[in-house]
Design a protein around this ligand. Structure first.
Ligand SMILES: Nc1ncnc2c1ncn2[C@@H]1O[C@H](COP(=O)(O)OP(=O)(O)O)[C@@H](O)[C@H]1O
Ligand SMILES: [Mg+2]
Length: 259
């Protein structure tokens, strides 16, 4: 199952605790995510990526504008919108299998889906670790467990906030491949936050490039490459350069390298 997310003229202003001033975290954001699409929100730290994701999750409310989930305004959290954060959120006192059980029970799907747990553990390469506690797993394994736990409850939309951010680059590349595989198998809608340009290009169909103060979408780019993608493809380099320029990191690069 998948669902659409429509963000319409959305602004978010936070009251600052220390002063009377306010903080304009998001300014007039417009973005439509189609059912089954993979969109990333890309930008530097502080440009409002997590705030935007939290608004889609229903953990924050808009100051202005609205977020629609399958055409309906979002009110509060909903198990149809799953969340995965940078730091895995497995319960440390539960084994991997118990963590999976807990997710199904808390969304009242245990009776219906308990037989699927083994399949998920297998898919995540964690069958041998099903009775292991999170502290005994590597970072990559914990993040894989968090991902399949989020997917096991069949969310229509999976919201990912730098889910691979704490991993070394090799583990990260492997998990990117797994994420793509899981997405293509399940077909749910993905909205992922990252500050890693290559990750955004490798994974997503469209990239919303954001800039800070106030947080805005400065460009929405199509990534016209089929899956699975090749990190060494020419299209990759072109898109990387375009994004770097859009974020003002590469104004002089062309001249410097011109002989
Ligand atoms: N609950 C909050 N209260 C006040 N300011 C916040 C709150 N959440 C985020 N901010 C501020 O909003 C801005 C955007 O934050 P965030 O969405 O976390 O950015 P990103 O995820 O892109 O790094 C930052 O300046 C941050 O300090
Ligand atoms: Mg963030």
């Amino acid at each position: 199952m998948s669902a659409t997310v429509e963000i319409k003229n959305l602004s978010k202003i936070f009251a600052r605790q220390d002063t009377d001033s306010t903080l304009h975290a998001l300014d007039k954001i417009n973005l439509s995510v189609g059912a089954g699409e993979f969109v990333t929100l890309l930008g530097a730290s502080g440009c409002g990526k997590s705030t935007l994701l939290r608004l889609i999750a229903g953990l924050e409310t808009p100051t202005m504008g609205e977020v629609l989930f399958d055409g309906e305004p979002i009110r509060g959290t909903d198990s149809r919108r799953g969340l995965v954060f940078q730091e895995h959120t497995l319960f440390p006192w539960l084994t991997v299998r118990e963590n999976m059980k807990f997710a199904l029970k808390s969304t009242k799907q245990y009776a219906k889906k308990k037989d699927e747990i083994d399949g998920w553990l297998d898919l995540a390469g964690l069958s041998e670790f099903s009775n292991t506690y999170p502290s005994r797993l590597s970072g990559g394994m914990r993040q894989r467990a968090a991902l399949v736990r989020a997917l096991s409850v069949s969310p229509d939309v999976l919201l990912l906030d730098e889910p691979l951010g704490a991993l070394d680059s090799f583990t990260r590349m492997n998990l990117q491949d797994e994420l793509i595989r899981l997405w293509r198998e399940r077909g749910n809608t993905m909205v992922m936050v990252t500050h890693d340009i290559d990750e955004a290009i490798y994974l997503s169909r469209r990239i919303a490039v954001m800039s800070p103060r106030p947080g805005r979408i400065v460009e929405i780019l199509d990534v016209p490459m089929s899956y699975p993608r090749n990190r060494a493809a020419d299209g990759f380099t072109e898109l990387r350069m375009r994004i770097l320029k859009r974020l003002n990191f590469a104004q002089d690069v062309q001249e410097e390298y011109t002989i």
